[in-house]
Ligand binder design. Structure first.
Ligand SMILES: [Zn+2]
Ligand SMILES: [Zn+2]
Ligand SMILES: [Zn+2]
Length: 136
């Protein structure tokens, strides 16, 4: 049981974007965490982010409840009662895309490749006078 009186506002929404909708529109990406409005699916940034778009959207659109958009987090937040709660019976919510770890910088690769890149002569035709190099 939860004391939140806005549970009927929760519906299966499709997140509007992979990042904060308003931040992206303003050309910024400095949010900290993301929340999904459970009434319309708008993705907004949390209270730790500079722009507080999730809270602002809740106030302007009068949508009370958001859900965490972070991987592995399933909790809800009601902006009217300012409280978090979970609904254990509910399916896991979507989370935003997390990019895979970046490949190591190029210098590391050339370091690795240095010892094994001596086999680079293709075919051995031109310049060899038709004679292929024999096996060692
Ligand atoms: Zn509530
Ligand atoms: Zn934002
Ligand atoms: Zn909304």
């Amino acid at each position: 049981m939860t004391p939140c009186r806005h549970l009927e506002e929760i519906r299966p929404v499709i997140p509007s974007s992979d990042g904060c909708f308003d931040c992206l529109r303003d050309g910024r990406r400095d949010w900290v965490h993301l929340r999904v409005c459970q009434s319309c699916g708008l993705v907004g940034c949390c209270d730790s982010s500079p722009a507080h778009h999730a809270r602002r959207h809740a106030a302007v659109a009068r949508h009370a409840i958001v859900r965490s958009y972070e991987p592995g987090e399933q909790w809800f937040w009601c902006y009217v009662e300012d409280m978090a709660f979970e609904l254990p019976g509910l399916a896991a919510g979507p989370s935003h895309f997390v990019p895979p770890p970046a490949p190591p910088p190029r210098s590391v690769w050339t370091l690795f490749a240095g010892g094994v890149s001596s086999t680079g002569v293709p075919g051995g035709s031109a310049g060899w006078g038709g004679q292929r190099p024999g096996r060692p």
